[in-house]
Design a protein around this ligand. Sequence first.
Ligand code: FES
Ligand code: FES
Length: 186
Amino acid sequence: MEHSTQETRSRIGLHVNGRSYELDVDHRVTLLDLLREHLGLTGAKKGCDHGQCGACTVLVEGRRVNSCLLLAVAHDGSRVTTVEGLGDDTQGLHPLQEAFLERDAYQCGYCTPGQLCSAVGLLAEAAADPGAADLGRAGIAEAMSGNLCRCGAYPRIVDAVRDVAAASASAATAAADAAGAGRVVA
Ligand code: FES
Ligand code: FES
């Protein structure tokens, strides 16, 4: 990170949705404002700007965070994923995006980008520590409780996350079975 002549700004690098940026940022700019106002990525929303609603949730180094609470300058070199980076034109929608559509898991959609990024983070946490993960209805609701939905779409959001968690678990079981079937027994 290079400090500019004025002590209030620094030059940082960020990798956002697979693209690298070199940015001259004011030290007071939050990651949320940097994404929305400087990079034009308006998927993450500013609901409360105080870390209380989850509308601004993005992934930093794969972990879900409230981007309104982070100063961009403190994340020089970080890898950031926003809702715009979950699906792409070649691979299509992310499985969670498909599940949200399938389950009709939104009404106004304001909280949806944050819900999606939070759910991606939750499933990554569960994959990293399966023993500690509770992907039942109550467990998902608790783990997603930092993401508020003023439309009350919670039951369908939980359904969508459960669908993807179940599909991932079946895929992992099938892969383990296939590996077991391929094993040579002496
Ligand atoms: S806008 Fe960040 S938590 Fe509400
Ligand atoms: S769908 Fe409207 S706030 Fe959640």
